[in-house]
Each structure stands twice: as C-alpha cells, then as structure tokens.
Design a protein around this ligand. Structure first.
Ligand SMILES: Cc1cc2nc3c(=O)[nH]c(=O)nc-3n(C[C@H](O)[C@H](O)[C@H](O)COP(=O)(O)OP(=O)(O)OC[C@H]3O[C@@H](n4cnc5c(N)ncnc54)[C@H](O)[C@@H]3O)c2cc1C
Length: 302
C-alpha cells in the first residue's frame, strides 16, 4: 500500500496535518511511537488555546485524535527511524516495518530535557513543570524553584517572579549563562534569589512535589529546599537524528525550515516543535500542521 501522506508524530502538529490532508481527500497514515496527543498530554490544564477557555491536555488530545480518525486518518503505533528516497515515493523505516508514501510530514515535536533523576516522572503536573508560559499561572502567590540559568530559564524566571511569591533559581554552574540584560533584570527582582553551583539531587513528596534536595557541585554539601513547585528549564531535546540525512538539521537538532514548512526534499515537509522557530506552543504547532498539509497536497496535486 502506498499512502499519499505519512505523518510522523501524533501531536497537535501531526494530527492537525492529518485533519487537513484527509479533508483534501488524501490517504493518510500517522505514525506515533508513544502518546497520541504528544507533549500536551502532560498538561493538566490548558488555558491559552483560543476558543477553549479551559481544558486538560488529554481532553484536547482526545478531541484531535477523534477528529482526525473520524475523517479517515489511519494510525499505526510505530517509531519512525529513517527515511529513504525511492524517487516517486519515500519509504519510512520504522521499528514495525516499512511504510511507503508519496509525501511525508515530519511532526516529531521536541521534548523538554528532563533532569533524569528518580521521581521526576511521578511529579510532572504535580509540582514539576517544564513550561512557565503554560503552567506559571497555577503557581500564583506560591514559592517556586527554577532549575537552569540560561536565557530560557531567566526569561521564565522574570515571568514567574511577576506572579509567584518567590522564585529561587538553582544553577549547576558557578555563574548564570543567560544574557547580561536578563541577569540584571533578575538581580533587580526582590523576590528572586539565585543559588549557584548546585545540582538537584533528589525530589520528595507524597502525591505532589514538596522538597527538593540540592547538592553543591564541588563540596557535595546538601540542603533541602521546601517548595510549592519546580520549573525545569535546562534545554530541549528534539529527536530528529534519524532524519538528519534527508532534511537539514541545525546544531541543536531542530529541522531547519521556515514558516512554509518546506525542507530540502520536495516530498518531505515539517511541522510543529521539531522545526526551527521561536515560539513552541499548540497554536504554532497546529498552524504548522495546516501549512505543511496544504503544501504536501499541492505537491501531490502538481
Ligand atoms: C507540561 C507541558 C505543558 C504545556 N502546556 C501548554 C499550554 O498550556 N499551551 C500551549 O500552547 N502549549 C503548551 N505546551 C507546549 C505544547 O504541548 C507543544 O508546543 C505542542 O505539543 C507541540 O506540538 P507538536 O505536535 O509539534 O509536538 P509534540 O506535542 O511533541 O508531538 C510530537 C509527537 O511525535 C511523536 N514522535 C516523535 N518522534 C517520533 C518518531 N520517530 N516516530 C513516531 N512518533 C514520533 C512523539 O511521541 C509525540 O507524540 C506544554 C508542554 C508541556 C510539556
């Protein structure tokens, strides 16, 4: 079976692309390796998607999936490993065999880099967040921690300091790595303190995160920070290694593409958080999904 379009990733970008492509009467297969709905399923409450005052990430993901499947999208649980150019078609090699299509949309998203320590998964959405823009409002008036000292962490600290009672920045290095302008802003904030040269050692709490144990990077001395929540901002992890020979990938691992969602391969398109862009949110992912699908349909109809 040769599909018109194979979409890699069933997050907001991939499922939106599927909706648009199916409505253009294309035969569409979506490959998903883990969770239908992508990252947003980790969010207990989404309050910034236009037209929906409040919904859980899972609710949004369920609706997207229902809409895509209702229009005829086929779904396979499989991890796409690489692409092969067969001339008229592209072969997607996966851990469950090969799938073939005349066009491919890569919508593999990006994962916030986790700390990689025990209990982290358990507390996601229960005191641990990776996105201040998304979840900051839930911590209004609270005392929270920000792990990380780069530009993103400092930008998020500025945002959080306006709504939280206090923000404690914990940075593993002996200095903050963000821009001087941002560091000055942080220094001016009375409710922000910075703890340098410390790494997170352990996370404690019953159902919700309550205590974070940090360790001095050189002396090994430990201290316990009691907190209402912890934001982790130590970079993102796109997972595009397998496609790096088919499309251009920048040094951080994102697929290089503009708002047109085109890649160097005329039959391969890219949508959502996995491409180079400034704002990674559902609105921008769904926008990309529609743009990539329309571009793929135009390519197929040429
Ligand atoms: C905790 C949290 C809260 C958030 N809250 C908000 C919010 O309130 N508002 C907002 O706008 N945004 C929020 N975001 C950001 C938002 O979720 C993302 O911007 C959005 O999900 C990006 O969509 P995407 O489809 O590009 O990527 P993703 O959602 O990352 O989806 C990509 C999908 O591709 C799959 N995949 C990856 N590689 C492969 C492969 N090789 N083969 C098969 N499948 C693959 C992944 O498993 C995933 O399901 C939040 C993110 C997090 C983590």
């Amino acid at each position: 079976m040769v599909y018109d379009i194979i979409i890699v990733g069933a997050g907001p970008a991939g499922l939106t692309a599927a909706i648009y492509a199916c409505r253009a009467e294309k035969k569409v297969l979506v490959l998903e390796k883990a969770t239908f709905g992508g990252q947003i399923t980790s969010s207990p409450c989404v309050e910034n998607y236009p037209g929906f005052v409040k919904m859980s990430g899972n609710e949004f993901a369920d609706k997207l999936l229902e809409q895509a499947m209702g229009l005829g999208t086929e779904i396979e649980m499989a991890e796409a490993l690489s692409l092969e150019n067969k001339g008229e078609t592209r072969l997607v090699h996966t851990d469950r065999g090969d799938f073939e299509a005349r066009a491919v949309i890569l919508a593999t998203g990006a994962r916030h880099r986790p700390l990689g320590i025990e209990n982290e998964e358990k507390f996601v959405g229960r005191g641990i967040s990776y996105c201040a823009v998304c979840d900051g409002a839930f911590y209004r008036g609270k005392d929270i921690l920000m792990i990380g000292g780069g530009n993103s962490a400092l930008q998020e600290t500025v945002l959080l300091s306006d709504m939280c009672h206090s923000v404690t920045v914990v940075q593993n290095l002996a200095f903050l790595t963000g821009e001087p302008r941002l560091i000055r802003k942080i220094e001016e904030k009375e409710n922000v303190r910075v703890i340098l040269s410390h790494v997170v050692e352990a996370l404690e709490g019953d159902t919700d995160l309550r205590r974070v144990i940090i360790r001095h990077a050189e002396t090994g001395e430990k201290q316990t920070l009691v907190t209402d929540g912890m934001f982790v901002c130590i970079g993102q992890m796109p997972e595009n290694e397998g496609f790096a020979s088919s499309v251009e990938v920048n040094e951080a691992g994102y697929i290089t593409a503009g708002e047109d969602c085109l890649t160097k391969d005329e039959a391969v398109f890219v949508a959502g958080d996995c491409r180079t862009k400034r704002v990674r949110q559902i609105t921008t992912a769904t926008a990309d999904g529609s743009i990539a699908a329309v571009a793929a349909c135009r390519y197929l109809d040429k």
